[in-house]
Design a protein around this ligand. Structure first.
Ligand SMILES: Cc1cc2nc3c(=O)[nH]c(=O)nc-3n(C[C@H](O)[C@H](O)[C@H](O)COP(=O)(O)OP(=O)(O)OC[C@H]3O[C@@H](n4cnc5c(N)ncnc54)[C@H](O)[C@@H]3O)c2cc1C
Length: 220
């Protein structure tokens, strides 16, 4: 996917039951019985493949993401719980316009929403504000840029924090995203605390009511 992000396909009974934006809990058990459990958003939309796609960012020293990066092999078995997170999810009948904002791997549940929207409700206006360190670290950038070009009602607003002008998201970017969709009825924000809190403040300062904003925080 990127040098730091792996796409993982899991064959499991809960595949196909998820709503876009939901996550699963992955539990690993070491030979000595030590257990570690972490949440991962489902990137794929329901289909008949019997599988789920996760996009896992490898963190230095990360117990679970490190296992996916360094040890996992095709055929390994692991425990999964879910799908979880009904309030941070979206489907066509929920409507729009949709304003999405993701930082780093926080884009994963938003990617699932955009994939679902393209399948079931492409007329609903949607904008994605995506903040990443660099283009090389942006998850699914090729797909997102292709959607931006091909889907008349979707716009991508990419901001790189350590490349080019190196800027974080700001009021002007939020205004541009809002101008592309009109008044949103659903807003989903996801990423680290460092991303979600200021993004929520900017979006509310632009006049979006707090009651329609849903947030999900990935930690750190
Ligand atoms: C609802 C939800 C959905 C999530 N979806 C995804 C997803 O789709 N893809 C994904 O890659 N991750 C996702 N995460 C984060 C994931 O659950 C783990 O926190 C992450 O993989 C780190 O776990 P670890 O065991 O590898 O690292 P740990 O062993 O827990 O920590 C290793 C080091 O990394 C730091 N750290 C821990 N978490 C983060 C973080 N999120 N960002 C930066 N530094 C961190 C720790 O402080 C520590 O220094 C999600 C989290 C939540 C709550």
């Amino acid at each position: 996917m990127t040098p730091h992000v792996k796409s993982v396909r899991l064959r499991c009974a809960l595949a196909g039951r998820q709503r876009a934006g939901q996550h699963v809990d992955v539990r690993l058990t070491a030979p000595d019985g030590y257990r570690a459990s972490r949440s991962y958003s489902v990137a794929s939309v329901p289909d008949d493949s019997g599988t789920l796609e996760l996009l896992v960012e490898g963190l230095p020293g990360g117990e679970v993401s490190g296992w996916f990066f360094e040890s996992a092999e095709v055929g390994d078995r692991l425990e999964l719980r879910g799908p979880i997170g009904g309030s941070f999810s979206w489907d066509g009948p929920d409507g729009g316009p949709l304003l999405l904002a993701g930082g780093g791997s926080g884009v994963v549940p938003l990617l699932a929403m955009l994939r679902r929207r393209a399948e079931v409700a492409p007329a609903i206006p949607a904008a994605l504000i995506y903040s990443v360190r660099s283009r090389a670290e942006a998850i699914a950038l090729e797909e997102l840029e292709a959607r931006h070009r091909a889907e008349p009602n979707f716009s991508l607003f990419l901001r790189t924090t350590r490349e080019g002008e190196g800027r974080r998201i700001d009021a002007a970017l939020v205004q541009a995203a809002l101008a592309s969709i009109g008044s949103p009825t659903k807003v989903f924000l996801c990423g680290s605390n460092r991303f979600v809190s200021p993004a929520a403040d900017l979006i509310m300062a632009a006049g979006v009511p707090a009651t329609i904003i849903r947030t999900e925080r990935f930690g750190a």
